[in-house]
Unconditional design. Structure first.
Length: 300
């Protein structure tokens, strides 16, 4: 019987490292991404072209993007917040970008200094600009705070569905649903995704869980039950968001792969190689891994 395939979008080099207070040397980032490229992952978000005043850690975006050893079978998306970021990304040869909006007003202001509607308008400007710059560019959309916001509290599904509809109609090929501060539970996740499934199909959606409250794997299972087959994660459980205080990293890629393989799903990812990439970056940033599977399985 054909095993279900779940695609993993590795966001460690971007979402994971963006919150590191001390600068991670560029050559470490490059070696880290090159190790991830050897694991069988199909998509690795490698950096962001945001304002270096806002996120200094990503200020070496051009060098990282141009110096990594790219494999033709892997997509290397970069995060962009505005036309300036788009132009920089295209000039270094990015083939895929990720744009981001928030379902909550409070987080939109803190993260991008604009309202949710202005955020959608910025994405519209980005999309318009791609038509003249590179019409083949693939655009992935993120929505943050899909169930809860550090400033506004609980977020109604309707707010997410409205933004999702806009981003899909602008031409995003997929929308990744960000539980930015990891407050979601099986029931809030289910309610939110079911509302989205009234306006789109599960193959247009991905799930992006931070693990602050230890609910990420359960919430991912909820998304899988509802037909979602693309999951974002960070090796070693790296990261957090600089504009969501206390938010921890994404679900650890090693824990996700272990769970998926245990459920009989295919990911194409070699768990041992992933564990070794996770170990590499944890040592370099001098932080113990947040991946339980890495702790249990790592062998020197
Ligand atoms: P602003 O200060 O309102 O904008 O920032 P501005 O246009 O006035 O620009 C300020 C300065 O930044 C200017 O420089 C611009 O040129 C420069 P100055 O004139 O002062 O010398 N600038 C740029 N430089 C390089 N690249 C650019 C760029 N844009 C402006 N692209 C802005 C508005 C959106 C730029 C800012 O708020 C920003 O960069 N925000 C990004 C914050 C961020 O990266 N957050 C983390 C990523 S999102 C996330 O983690 C959530 C996610 O994982 C999903 C989830 O978990 O929910 C995706
Ligand atoms: Mg995130």
């Amino acid at each position: 019987l054909h095993k279900p395939f779940v695609k993993i979008v590795e966001v460690g080099p971007r979402d994971g490292l963006q919150n590191e207070p001390t600068h991670v040397p560029t050559d470490v980032k490059i070696e880290f991404i090159n190790k991830l490229s050897e694991t069988g992952l199909q998509s690795i978000e490698v950096t962001s072209f945001v304002s270096p005043k806002w996120v200094p850690q990503m200020g070496d975006n051009t060098e990282v993007f141009t110096k990594i050893a790219k494999k033709p079978s892997i997509s290397y998306p970069v995060l962009v917040p505005n036309v300036k970021g788009l132009e920089a990304a295209v000039s270094v040869g990015a083939k895929e970008i990720a744009v981001f909006a928030s379902a909550s007003e409070g987080f939109s202001r803190k993260n991008t200094n604009c309202s949710t509607q202005e955020g959608v308008n910025r994405i519209k400007e980005i999309v318009e600009k791609t038509k003249s710059l590179d019409s083949t560019l693939r655009i992935r959309g993120y929505i943050s705070c899909v169930v809860g916001c550090p400033y506004d509290g609980y977020i109604q599904p309707k707010a997410v569905t409205t933004i999702c509809e806009s981003l899909l109609s602008l031409g995003c090929y997929e929308i990744s649903l960000g539980d930015t501060i990891g407050v979601g539970t099986r029931s809030t996740m289910e309610k939110m995704i079911k509302d989205l499934l009234k306006i789109t199909s599960a193959d247009k959606l991905a799930i992006h869980c931070h693990d602050t409250y230890g609910q990420a794997l359960v919430n991912i299972c909820t998304a899988l039950d509802l037909g979602i087959r693309v999951v974002d994660s960070s090796v070693s459980g790296l990261g957090g968001c600089p504009y969501a205080a206390g938010a921890t990293g994404n679900v650890a890629s090693e824990d996700l792969v272990y769970m998926l393989h245990g459920m009989g799903a295919e990911t194409g990812v070699d768990l041992k190689k992933l564990i070794s990439a996770g170990h590499f970056i944890s040592e370099k940033i001098k932080k113990p891994t947040a991946s339980r599977v890495n702790k249990a399985m790592y062998k020197k």
